[in-house]
Design a protein around this ligand. Structure first.
Ligand code: PBG
Length: 313
């Protein structure tokens, strides 16, 4: 390797044209998934600034606008009118997500759905409670039932986010042909805070550390991915993204599968809040963050900036 002054790395940074020729990582709207919250009533989402809460009707209008802007995919989250112990709104054929799927089916978007019980259970946990604990095996059937009802209503792919062991296999058994985007390495993270307020899904007691991953672990993330792949996952996911870029890189190096990363609500809200105080430029900080997630190895990114990205790119 030749040293300075033979080598001058600044040569290729001189103009924007030169920088663009040698850029290693690019953002492409085709790789982005926009989250949509659908509930009984439309309104602003105070907990996630810039993100609306949609009714079924307004979600359908939003889907048309997203398509017009060039967005290709959405992931749907439901906020049911009523919650119960068993999260029955999640697998109700006439539940909020099932209605939304039918309303959005003509929009030309790829429709992904989050498959979990936490937005639908009165206690806010991702599974059913038996003797004070989230019961893994009794939850599996309900998770699979939820996925089936989403597909029957028009989902193109299902995304289990509950972190029960065996959920991918349980869904795969019922749905041999549906793509499964598994939230494989999903950490018990403080960065979900704004989402839980928005989706009213904070656990009423305890926390999710008994089923979501310990932020300290990376080898365990590879084991989670291995399990999900063995059970039939098509896409594996790391979540959150920014504090876990090393995990994205490790999964990228180990697996050939398409890799998703979830740029979660806290990552988004943090930059929004800093930008609103004038501490940084939102667009620059967002594009830099998303580029970092791609550079780390993600193929597709779920991000609340997807809609704005459509006009930025
Ligand atoms: C449902 C779910 C959560 C998120 C996505 N799916 C919340 C959680 O696990 O507590 C978080 C998304 C975000 O923070 O943007 N289990």
């Amino acid at each position: 390797m030749s040293a300075f002054p033979v080598t001058r790395l600044r040569r290729l940074r001189r103009t924007s044209g030169l920088r663009s020729l040698v850029r290693e990582t690019r953002l492409d709207l085709d790789d982005f998934v926009m989250p949509l919250f659908v509930g009984p009533e439309a309104g602003p989402n105070v907990d996630l600034p810039g993100m609306a809460r949609h009714s079924v009707e307004s979600a359908a209008r939003e889907a048309e606008e997203l398509t017009r802007l060039g967005v290709r995919a959405v992931i749907l989250f439901g906020i049911p009118e009523e919650k119960d112990e068993e999260g029955s709104g999640a697998y109700d054929d006439d539940g909020i997500i099932q209605q939304a799927l039918r309303a959005l089916s003509g929009a030309g978007l790829v429709l992904l759905t989050d498959v979990c019980l936490c937005e639908y259970t009165s206690h806010g946990h991702c599974g059913v409670i038996r003797e004070g604990e989230v019961s893994n095996d009794e939850t599996l059937e309900l998770i699979a039932r939820t996925a089936v009802s989403h597909v029957e209503a028009g989902a193109d792919a299902v995304c289990p986010s509950d972190m029960m062991d065996g959920r991918v296999g349980a869904i795969r058994e019922e749905l041999p042909e549906t793509p499964i985007v598994a939230y494989s390495a999903k950490y018990a993270s403080a960065f979900y805070g704004p989402f839980r307020e928005a989706a009213e899904s904070a656990p009423a007691f305890g926390d999710r550390r008994g089923y979501q991953m310990d932020p300290a672990n990376v080898r365990e993330a590879l084991r989670e991915c291995e399990q999900d792949v063995a059970e039939g996952a098509d896409v594996i996911m790391v979540k959150p993204a920014l504090p876990y870029l090393d995990v994205i890189r490790a999964v990228r190096e180990r697996f050939e599968h398409p890799l998703a990363a979830y740029n979660v609500s806290g990552e988004y809200a943090m930059i929004k809040a800093a930008a609103s105080k004038g501490f940084m430029d939102e667009r620059q900080a967002a594009v830099e963050s998303l580029t970092a997630i791609k550079r780390a190895g993600a193929d597709l990114i779920v991000s609340y900036w997807t809609k704005e990205l459509a006009s930025w790119l």
